[in-house]
Design a binder for this molecule. Structure first.
Ligand SMILES: CC(C)(COP(=O)(O)OP(=O)(O)OC[C@H]1O[C@@H](n2cnc3c(N)ncnc32)[C@H](O)[C@@H]1OP(=O)(O)O)[C@@H](O)C(=O)NCCC(=O)NCCS
Length: 299
């Protein structure tokens, strides 16, 4: 391994870094997709302008609430890496971790991750959705995380496969207390302030019944951005509702499914979606939450 560039340094992220950080993460994940793409899969695509704007909005929200967890690496050429950690109750969550292609494997990532981990040092639990990059897996395992392989479902879903789902209603910011309560039951920590921004960015569906409660934020193209429920039946209804929001002509995705969430695999099978393996849920001090589909940025 060659060493880190001598003019490289790590510093806290500033608000005016956010556009460059967004471009850096877009470039880093696009490069990873190109390198690891399997045959037969669609070409990876860079973020659309709308997705980039949403990414910046989420990042600005995290900077307001978790500034001490947000770090960048810089050298004479500009920003070359970023690591973003947040704390919710006593859970530390890694939201973003990327080093510029060409600068990877030289120790920049370790310094960045250590800085974000220090922010979470009082936490009992830790969660990361790990890519299939072996460098990321190495960093997380060496930081004491257990790597749980996760699955991904993709596919266009024909309308005639959708079941009638009756118990689900549209949600709003008025459901935040309910959602925080479900979060605590499923993963011991509430999303808290994140529900405020999520409820303003994503369509929300909710189940609130004596027999079970839960919620799901819906991706613009259908599928879940984040789903949590107190039992599998409720989670299954919510997942179908998110899948029903997809177009029959566009593939919909259900990502980061741990084996503990087989109910979600069963929905994918019934919807005739394709199942694949896709990275890890890296956890410290906790088991894979269920019924639960984590979000990439707020887990
Ligand atoms: C993951 C990532 C942020 C890590 O940053 P980095 O600067 O490359 O990380 P480091 O160099 O500090 O650590 C990488 C480790 O993997 C090792 N490594 C390098 N190439 C490797 C390979 N092909 N397979 C396994 N390990 C490898 C390095 O030697 C180093 O280990 P060491 O510190 O014990 O020597 C960066 O590689 C990246 O941006 N990857 C693409 C995006 C991504 O997957 N992000 C993570 C999202 S969860």
């Amino acid at each position: 391994m060659s060493g880190v560039a001598t003019d490289m340094f790590i510093r806290p992220m500033r608000r005016d870094d956010v556009p460059a950080v967004e471009r850096l993460t877009s470039e880093g994940f696009y490069d990873l997709d190109l390198r690891t793409r399997r045959t037969g899969r669609p070409e990876p695509s860079r973020r659309t302008d709308e997705k980039a704007a949403n990414w910046r909005r989420r990042m600005e929200h995290i900077l307001v609430h978790d500034a001490a967890g947000c770090w960048v690496a810089e050298d004479g050429s500009g920003l070359i890496g970023v690591s973003v950690g947040l704390k919710r109750d006593l859970t530390w969550i890694l939201s973003t971790f990327v080093v510029r292609p060409g600068e990877q494997g030289h120790g920049v990532g370790k310094q960045l991750l250590d800085a974000s981990l220090t922010y979470g040092s009082g936490c009992l639990r830790g969660m990361v959705i790990a890519s299939h990059d072996p460098k990321a897996a190495r960093r997380y395992r060496l930081a004491g995380f257990t790597l749980h392989p996760v699955m991904l479902l993709t596919g266009k879903v024909s309308r005639d496969l959708l079941p009638v789902v009756e118990r689900v209603r549209e949600g709003s910011a008025g459901d935040i207390d309910l959602m925080n309560s479900v979060d605590r039951q499923v993963r011991d920590s509430a999303h808290g302030v994140d529900h405020e921004i999520l409820a303003s960015m994503y369509p929300l569906v909710v189940v609130d019944r004596p027999t079970g409660s839960g919620y799901a934020y819906v991706e613009p193209g259908g599928g879940p951005y984040l789903l949590a429920a107190t039992n599998r039946r409720t989670a299954t209804d919510l997942l179908w509702e998110t899948v029903a929001a997809s177009s029959p002509d566009e593939p919909c995705t259900i990502a980061a499914i741990s084996p503990e969430n087989e109910w979600a695999v069963d929905v994918g099978m019934a919807a005739k979606m394709e199942l694949d393996s896709a990275g890890y849920l890296a956890l410290r001090g906790m088991k894979p939450p269920a019924p639960y589909i984590p979000s990439g940025h707020f887990l």
